[in-house]
Design a protein around this ligand. Structure first.
Ligand code: 2IT
Length: 444
């Protein structure tokens, strides 16, 4: 495998898709050795095939706002790879969404889903629609307009979307409703549904819960635990909420949450009703955290990220590349023990290199946040069986899956000096699974 040639080929083919190149580059560097040990992969041209999505749907989404004004957004669904199971992955509504964003996410999703041990391929979709400041009716009309196109491409054994940034249970409900109307079927084709119509208990909490289960495994492995540790969380949405809930329950203290406007520093810890208040902030659709600081009388640091605060554990829970090389240096200077990406590709390559060079525990998003999609897989299982599991049953399975992902990272990422390169471990374990499935199924 010649990584340089491969990357030049991709860059010539897809000019300007930097996030996609970043995600692909990281995986190629991690898997180079193992790829070269498997001549059957090279013979089947697995790399050339795995870096390109199977297909991309792009569509126009016209919709009408409350004042009668017409808007046109772009919609996408990227079906990346279904070698190990039907396409599966979230939908993101954000003005920052481009084709490159969704391609990086779909690529990551393919490997993340392989790590979960469940049979799910990788996909991602979304729109450049900005939910900030939109009324509930505008959100509903946009979701319905989006589904008028998307419904043709999905199905419970074909492609199963879910939420991501800007898409929660409310948006899933509107999309599911329109899909049901158009198809005359009630098949559970989305995950992240509300409990009344086929959703799974624990799914809303699952990404954050799973992340903290993973962190507790990382710390256990170096002979310590999460009790009494201080935590910086970025973001304040669904994923951050689940992480704060579990961190607090397990005896750690979360002292920051953040939004695009800045971060809140709550030295007493984000706990109790303050955690519920995060849900109110998200539901308000204003995309700011400052009201938390005003309500609870704690400092608000405008325009800054929480990585300047001294903590034991850093959990980026907002969006890609939210933690850069300078942030990583600051965390290191402050003695951080563990950095776990809960957002997808939350750290830049410079930040990751710094953590690994300094033997700081670093967990990549595709391992740390896999509990979300894993629980989506459990929701699909329940839907297929037409029954509901209890919260305890789902939580026990989620915990087991996170322990298993941690074991896979240890198996493939432990260096000779004993340090665990979780990035390498996660990439190698998941690549091997997808690559072997592709070889077995021939050139298709
Ligand atoms: O990034 C992710 O794994 C998600 N947004 C969840 C995907 C899913 O299908 O549950």
């Amino acid at each position: 495998m010649n990584i340089k040639n491969l990357m030049s080929m991709l860059e010539a083919r897809h000019p300007g898709e930097h996030e996609y190149f970043q995600a692909v580059g990281e995986v190629l560097i991690s898997i180079e050795d193992v790829y070269n040990e498997h001549p059957e992969f090279e013979k089947a041209q697995i790399i050339e095939r795995i870096v390109e999505p199977d297909r991309i749907y792009t569509f126009k989404v016209p919709w009408v706002d409350d004042n009668g004004q017409i808007h046109v957004n772009l919609g996408y669904r990227i079906q990346f790879n279904n070698a190990i199971g039907p396409y599966k992955g979230g939908i993101r509504f954000s003005p920052h969404v481009t084709l490159s964003t969704l391609k990086f996410l779909g690529f990551e999703q393919t490997f993340k889903n392989a790590l979960t041990t469940l049979p799910m391929g990788g996909a991602k979709g979304g729109s450049d629609f900005d939910p900030t400041g939109k009324s509930p009716n505008e959100i509903m009309r946009f979701c319905q307009a989006f589904m008028l196109e998307l419904w043709r491409f999905i199905g419970p054994e074909i492609d199963i979307p879910a939420g991501d940034i800007g898409v929660g249970a409310r948006e899933i409900g509107y999309m599911y409703g329109m899909n049901r109307k158009l198809t005359h079927e009630n098949t559970g084709v989305f995950t992240g549904k509300s409990i009344e119509y086929g959703g799974s208990l624990i799914r809303p909490e699952a990404t954050g819960y799973g992340a903290f289960y993973f962190i507790s495994q990382m710390l256990k492995n170096i002979g310590t635990d999460v009790k009494g540790k201080t935590v910086a969380v970025s973001g304040f949405g669904n994923v951050a909420w689940g992480a704060v809930l579990k961190a607090t329950e397990m005896g750690a203290k979360v002292i920051t949450i953040s939004g695009p406007d800045g971060y809140v520093l709550d030295r007493d810890g984000v706990s109790g009703e303050k955690i519920d208040y995060m849900l109110e902030l998200r539901a308000s659709n204003n995309n700011v955290v400052k009201p938390y600081a005003e309500k609870y009388g704690v400092p608000f640091i405008a325009g800054k990220k929480p990585w300047e605060v001294k903590v034991d554990i850093a959990m980026p829970c907002a969006t890609q590349n939210e933690l850069n090389g300078d942030d990583a240096q600051q965390l290191k200077d402050n003695g951080v023990l563990c950095v776990a990406e809960v957002s997808n590709m939350g750290c830049t390559p410079e930040a990751i290199d710094l953590f690994i060079d300094n033997k700081i525990l670093y967990g990549p998003g595709k391992a740390v946040n896999a509990g979300g999609v894993a629980t989506s897989g459990l929701e699909m299982t329940q839907n297929a069986m037409h029954l509901n599991w209890s919260a305890e049953e789902v939580d026990t399975k989620l915990k087991q899956i996170m322990v298993n992902i941690h074991e896979q990272c240890v198996k493939y990422g432990t260096r000779e000096d004993g340090y665990i390169n979780y990035m390498k471990g996660a990439n190698v374990a998941s690549f091997l699974k997808v690559a072997k499935a592709m070889v077995a199924q021939g050139v298709v």
